[in-house]
Write a protein that binds this ligand. Structure first.
Ligand code: 1PR
Length: 558
C-alpha cells in the first residue's frame, strides 16, 4: 500500500529541510534521505526540496553526482515532486545563475520578477489556479485547490504563457501584480510546485498527502488552457503573531511583552518579567487560529549559555513540529563567543543552527545596524560598499535572501527643522513634538532599544536591502505595547524607500488599525503581539475585519 512506500528526500545540503520532514511526519509518513547516487534505486518516490539559489542547487547536485541518477529516476516513471527551486531546476535555466544549465525536463527559463512595479521577493499566501479546463485531468492531479492559498517565497519564477509546450505540463498559474508565473507543473510522473506546501498550513499538508498517495497517472496532453488574463492576483496581506521570548527571573523561557520595550512590571508589583505564557503553546495556538506566520524574538539572545545549549533551539524544534506556516526567529544573529571564551560562532553558523532547528527565516537587529553603518562608511571612503563580510550578505548567499529579515527598533527624534537633524532624513509630522516641533527623524537603536545610534531608519533599510536582506520587520519603540495604532508616517516612509516586503509592527490595538496601515502605506504584512497574547483581539477577528474591508486575506481552511 501507499503507506509502505519509501518516501525519499533529495537532500543536497540546501538549508532548512526540517520543515518538510516535519510536514511529512505529521501526515503519517517517514522520510529517508538520498545520500548517495545508489540510493536512487531504493526510492519509490522522491521529494526534491529547494532552498537557496538555483546555481547552488545545480552545483550541489553535480558535486554529489546526482544529476544522471535523478534523470534515470524520472525516466523510470517513479513519482518525483520538486518544491520551489526543486521545481525551477527542472527547467532549462535561470537568470539567477545564467552560467548553470538546468535539468531541461521542462521547456522554459526562470526569470527575475520586476521589482519596479511591486515588492520582490513575492512573499506570502497566493492562490494557484488550475489552467486546464479538462475536469478529468484536474481530478487525476495532486490536489491543488483553487479556493485555498499557498505560501510562496521567491524572487524568480517561470513566466506563464499559453505558447510552446507549456500546455503539456503547466498545472497551475499564479498572478503577482503585473506578472503571471507557473505555480505548479505536472507531466507524467513529475510534479512540482513553486510554492511551499510544507509551509502552507492544512492546505499544504493535504497537497503533500495527495502527492504521496497518488500514483500520478499520466495525464493526456492538452492544448486547451486558460489565457493569462484569467489568472487573478490573490496575494494576501499576511497577519503575523510575534512572541518576544526571554528567560524570567526563575530561568524559564516565557513569552513576555514590553510596554515601549520595558518588559518588567512596576516595582510596586514586584518588578518581574511579564509572563504571558509558554512559547510553544502560544505559537501553536496562533497557528490553530490562522496566523499566516509566527515570529519568535529571543529578546535577551543567549547571554549566559553556550549557543548550542540555548533553550530557544529546543523551543524552535518543538514549535516547528506543530506549526506549518513560516517561522521566523530573531535575537543574537551575529558573530558570537560562548561563555567559555573558546568557541566562536559566526553569524552564519548561528543562523544555520536556527534553520536546522526549524526556522524558515532569521531576523537580525543590532548587527544589521552595524552592517549599515559600515556600508555607508565604505561609500564615504570611496570603497565598494559590498565586501561580502556582513552577516546579511553571508546568510543571504547561503540560504537565500528571503531567509533574512531585518528587525528595526526605531524611535522618533523631534526637531524644529530638517537642518537640526544632523543630516538625517526627516519627515514633516502631523503629530508635533512636546515643544511643537513639526519634524522628526527615526533613530536606529541596538541592544533591544538600549542604545541609540547616529543612523536613521532610511539609511538602515536601504543599506540592508542593498546588502541582500529579503524583508523588513519594522517595529516602533514609541508605539510598542500602546494599542494606539501603527506609526503610519514611519511605515509609509520605509515602504517608499525599499522594494522588499515590509511588515508593520508595534501599536496595534483594534482590527481597524490593521486595515488602516495597509490602506495608507501598502505594507505586505501586519504584525501584533500584545493584543493576541492578552486575547483582546483574536487573529480571526483581524482577518474577518480585513476580509470585510476588501483587503485580500487567507481565511482559515477549516
Ligand atoms: O539585536 O539581533 O539580537 O535582536 C534582538 C531582537 O529582540 C530584535 O528583533 C528586537 O526587536 C527584539 N527586542 C529586544 N528587546 C526587546 C524588548 O521589547 N525589550 N522586542 C525586543 C521587540 C517589539 C516587537 C513587538 C511589537 C508589537 N519588541 O517584538 O512584538 O512591537 O508589539 P505590540 O503589538 O504589542 O505593540 P538582535
Amino acid at each position: 500500500t501507499a503507506g509502505k512506500q519509501k518516501l525519499y528526500l533529495l537532500d543536497y545540503g540546501a538549508g532548512n529541510v526540517r520543515s518538510l520532514l516535519n510536514a511529512v511526519e505529521r501526515i503519517g509518513y517517514n522520510i529517508e534521505y538520498i545520500k548517495s547516487a545508489s540510493d536512487f534505486d531504493k526510492a519509490d518516490k522522491i521529494i526534491f526540496p529547494g532552498v537557496g539559489a538555483f546555481g547552488y542547487a545545480m552545483l550541489a547536485l553535480r558535486a554529489k553526482g546526482f544529476i544522471e541518477p535523478l534523470k534515470s529516476f524520472i525516466a523510470s516513471g517513479r513519482p518525483l515532486m520538486g518544491i520551489c527551486v526543486g521545481m525551477q531546476v527542472m527547467f532549462n535555466g535561470s537568470d539567477e545563475s545564467p552560467e548553470e544549465p538546468g535539468l531541461g525536463i521542462f521547456e522554459g527559463r526562470v526569470k527575475c520578477f520586476d521589482c519596479t512595479t511591486k515588492a520582490v521577493p513575492h512573499m506570502g499566501w497566493n492562490s494557484a489556479q488550475v489552467v486546464h479546463k479538462d475536469n478529468e485531468r484536474a481530478a487525476a492531479a495532486p490536489n491543488v485547490s483553487e479556493n485555498d492559498r499557498y505560501y510562496f517565497v521567491h524572487s524568480y519564477g517561470v513566466p506563464f504563457t499559453t505558447a510552446g509546450s507549456q500546455p503539456q505540463f503547466v498545472h497551475t498559474a499564479t498572478r503577482y501584480g503585473d506578472e503571471t508565473i507557473i505555480s505548479s507543473v505536472w507531466r507524467g510522473n513529475v510534479f512540482g510546485t513553486q510554492f511551499h506546501p510544507e509551509k502552507s498550513g492544512e492546505s499544504g499538508l493535504a497537497l503533500l498527502r495527495s502527492f504521496i498517495e497518488s500514483d500520478l497517472v499520466r495525464p493526456t496532453a492538452q492544448d486547451n488552457i486558460l489565457a493569462t488574463e484569467h489568472i487573478r492576483d490573490a496575494l494576501s496581506v499576511r497577519v503575523i503573531a510575534c512572541l518576544d521570548v526571554r528567560a524570567n527571573d526563575q530561568g524559564d523561557l516565557v513569552v513576555t511583552k514590553g510596554d515601549q520595550y520595558d518588559v518588567r512590571v512596576s516595582a510596586s508589583e514586584g518588578g518581574d518579567v511579564r509572563n504571558l505564557g509558554k512559547p510553544v503553546d502560544l505559537a501553536k495556538r496562533y497557528f490553530d487560529e490562522g496566523a499566516d506566520e509566527i515570529a519568535f524574538l529571543n529578546i535577551t539572545s543567549f547571554r549566559n549559555l553556550p549557543f548550542k545549549d540555548t533553550p530557544m533551539l529546543e523551543v524552535l524544534r518543538q514549535a516547528s513540529r506543530c506549526i506549518f506556516v513560516p517561522l521566523t526567529i530573531g535575537g543574537g544573529v551575529r558573530d558570537t563567543i560562548d561563555p567559555d571564551g573558546q568557541h566562536v560562532w559566526s553569524a552564519v553558523q548561528v543562523a544555520g543552527e536556527y534553520f536546522r532547528s526549524g526556522a524558515d527565516k532569521v531576523s537580525i537587529g543590532s548587527d544589521a545596524v552595524y552592517a549599515a553603518e559600515r556600508y555607508w562608511q565604505r561609500i564615504t571612503d570611496g570603497m565598494e560598499p559590498l565586501d561580502g563580510t556582513t552577516a546579511i550578505e553571508q546568510i543571504a548567499e547561503r540560504y537565500g535572501r528571503q531567509a533574512v529579515v531585518i528587525s528595526v527598533d526605531p524611535r522618533r527624534i523631534y526637531v524644529s527643522s530638517p537642518g537640526d537633524a544632523n543630516g538625517h532624513h526627516t519627515i514633516k509630522t502631523t503629530t508635533p513634538g512636546p515643544n511643537g516641533e513639526k519634524y522628526c527623524w527615526y533613530q536606529c537603536t541596538v541592544k533591544g532599544g538600549r542604545e541609540g545610534r547616529d543612523t536613521d531608519v532610511r539609511q538602515l533599510v536601504t543599506a540592508c536591502a542593498a546588502l541582500g536582506a529579503g524583508e523588513i520587520l519594522l517595529n516602533c519603540m514609541d508605539r510598542d505595547g500602546t494599542n494606539s495604532g501603527y506609526d503610519l508616517e514611519l511605515v509609509a516612509d520605509v515602504k517608499a524607500a525599499v522594494s522588499i516586503p515590509v511588515i508593520a509592527s508595534s501599536g496595534a490595538g483594534r482590527p481597524e488599525h490593521f486595515s488602516e496601515v495597509v490602506d495608507k502605506t501598502g505594507v505586505e504584512a501586519v504584525l501584533a503581539a500584545g493584543i493576541f497574547h492578552r486575547c483582546e483581539v483574536p487573529i480571526a477577528a483581524v482577518k474577518d475585519h480585513l476580509f470585510e474591508h476588501g483587503t485580500p486575506v487567507r481565511l482559515a481552511a477549516k
